[in-house]
Ligand binder design. Structure first.
Ligand code: HEM
Length: 465
């Protein structure tokens, strides 16, 4: 479409926009620019046009599944070089999406979660065993990332990466993230003069990572097939189950791409969610006390007690803390939407615009979820109780979407929530957390967003005392 949207003013657009998008903190820049230009604006990087939606009302409109659907912004298109049409990066119309969705949905049922519960507890206990012997502060994001990576790989692939039992970090995780991040970096080069040459050099440097990751994933598949074993995990379903409706099964190339997708999508977002909650609780002694009172009421006086499967959803306060953390810092901070047919958005307002099916707009979640029009004057504050039922009445619809929306919403939502609540419950029951009062929240923009350089000191506590 030829539509022009508001645009950063007063500077030469191309140079300014290119700078905006290339400093390594695109989200921070979009949030800054969005303050002045929202609720709808565009940024051009050479030939590439990005349209951003930051206002809650307009974002809610784009979440209407009857009129809009998921599309892939350039950064996700770039990942297709590695993960093809696996669940996250498939275009809506690609048949492999339907196939994989049908094959894998049962792995996220309540019964399946019950099966993962013990593994989640065990992994968390390994982390606590390391922490119990530790002096000095921990790097929260680093440890949460180890934990969530270990949890998804054990639950989904029955694969132990030894994150807490060996001293060395397993090289797979770094190689995998490095491989995917170069894909993202390359996407910003596409429209830049000389970008092709730089992209080639990045590919060369990355070849080793990719070969290593591919070999490790292929070995997982080979070993499972050779063992003849059947297990209750995602890998088993990928290898042996057909889509119940169509009878179609995943092919080998696609299985490799799904494994990588789940290893990545299944951990960094949850790690960030846990880290942000711990940040806010470490800043708010009153809220921390409330959270700990809940753990004590549910788990009692013994710091070694583990929550049962049924108890996890009953930590209502911890759940509100998580919801609120994901409101301020949705760790997958954006998604893209396109209209199914040519349509007018924001009809009857100053921002009225026509979108065709070829257009897409990026919903900037941290701005939508802080829009005072939807969340009131305290929108920037961390206040878990805004999610109490009585405080949610009358709130605009479709203005809270940290797990995406519609058919393409997060398949791992229940998995993430179960894991995060269980870990928070045990952690806050067992330890007091003290942050550095001088620490100022900084955001690391990786594939997802996480707190940067945030440390806490842990002290064993006596629950109930
Ligand atoms: C999709 C967020 C945890 C696997 C999504 C989307 C969002 C999201 C926003 C939609 C993206 C889009 O519309 O383009 C999150 C957050 C998580 C989390 C905030 C944690 C707090 C997980 C976990 C798994 C997972 C634990 C796997 C076990 C996926 C997959 C998709 C997806 C496979 C693609 C689904 C599809 O298109 O069919 N997630 N996610 N996520 N997520 Fe998550």
């Amino acid at each position: 479409g030829g539509q022009r949207f508001p645009h950063p003013p007063g500077r030469r657009p191309i140079a300014y926009d290119a700078l905006t998008m290339r400093t390594g903190t695109p989200l921070a820049n979009v949030m800054r620019v969005g303050q002045d230009l929202g609720p709808l604006f565009e940024v051009r990087v050479f030939s590439q046009k990005f349209v951003f939606v930051t206002g809650a009302e307009l974002a809610a409109e784009l979440c209407d599944e009857t009129r809009f659907h998921k599309n892939l912004p350039p950064a996700l298109v770039a990942l297709r070089e590695f993960v093809g049409d696996a669940l996250f990066t498939a275009f809506d119309h690609e048949p492999n999406w339907q196939t994989a969705h049908g094959v894998l949905m049962p792995a996220f049922s309540k019964a399946a979660m019950r099966g993962y519960h013990g593994t989640m507890l065990e992994t968390a206990a390994e982390m606590f065993a390391v922490w119990d012997d530790l002096e000095g502060p921990i790097d929260v994001t680093a440890d949460m990332t180890k934990l969530t990576m270990e949890t998804i790989s054990r639950c989904a692939f029955s694969r132990d990466f030894g994150s807490f039992t060996s001293r060395e970090r397993h090289p797979f995780v770094d190689a995998m993230i490095a491989a995917l991040m170069t894909g993202m970096q390359k996407s910003s080069l596409d429209s830049i003069p000389g970008g092709k040459r730089i992209a080639r050099r990045i590919d060369e440097q990355n070849a080793e990572h990719r070969a290593y990751v591919d070999e490790l994933v292929d070995a997982m598949v080979r070993e499972r097939r050779a063992s003849g074993e059947r297990r209750d995990d995602l890998l088993d379903r990928m290898l042996y189950e057909a889509n119940p409706e169509t009878g179609v099964r995943l092919d080998d190339q696609n299985i490799r791409e799904q494994i990588l997708t789940f290893l990545v999508a299944g951990h960094e977002t949850t790690s960030g969610a846990l880290s942000f909650v711990l940040y806010y609780l470490s800043r708010n002694p009153e809220l921390l006390a409330k959270a700990q009172a809940e753990t004590d009421a549910m788990l009692g006086d013994d710091p070694d007690v583990e929550p049962t499967f049924e108890q996890v959803p009953r930590f209502r306060y911890l759940r509100r803390c998580l919801d609120e953390g994901l409101r301020l810092w949705p760790t997958a901070p954006a998604f893209a939407r396109s209209p199914r047919e040519t349509t007018t958005i924001a009809a009857g307002t100053d921002h009225e615009a026509v979108m065709t099916p070829d257009d897409w707009a990026i919903v900037v979640l941290p701005m939508m979820q802080r829009d005072p029009a939807a969340w009131g004057p305290t929108a920037e504050e961390f206040d878990p109780d805004r999610f109490l039922p009585e405080n949610s009445k009358g709130r605009m619809k479709n203005v809270y979407k940290p797990f995406g929306t519609g058919d393409r919403a997060c398949i791992g939502r229940q998995f993430a929530l179960h894991e995060a609540i269980l870990v928070l419950a045990r952690l806050l029951h067992r330890y007091d957390i003290t942050g550095d009062p001088d620490y100022e929240l900084r955001i690391d923009e990786r594939l997802t967003i996480v707190p940067k350089g945030f440390e806490v000191t842990l002290t064993r506590r006596t629950p109930g005392a």
